[in-house]
Write a protein that binds this ligand. Structure first.
Ligand code: ZN
Length: 93
């Protein structure tokens, strides 16, 4: 299932102000409001999370200055390419 990323259009709450990711089926309607605070949200493009013959290999991403992360667990992402930090963890899990 693809991951969609959303961010609030307004002030939002802690959850949506920093953007959040959600698994949705391709045919699901896009979220219009934050599930936490009901502020309007918009969908961000996160195309290269959606596999299937994706030409964006880590080496390509790196050379273009992108940083790619792979989700390793709940709230924890490990870098697979790019100049960013080696790992990011969100929240205080
Ligand atoms: Zn919110």
């Amino acid at each position: 299932m693809p991951i969609y990323e959303y961010v609030t259009l307004d002030e939002g709450c802690d959850y949506c102000a920093a953007s959040f990711e959600i698994f949705q089926a391709i045919n699901d309607e896009a979220l219009e409001t934050c599930p936490c605070c009901d502020e309007p949200v918009r969908k961000l493009l996160s195309g290269f999370m959606v596999g299937k013959g994706d030409p964006l290999r880590p080496s390509n991403l790196d050379s273009k200055g992108f940083t790619q992360y792979k989700r390793m667990g709940k709230g924890y992402y490990e870098k697979t390419a790019g100049p960013g930090p080696n790992a990011i963890a969100d929240g205080d899990s």
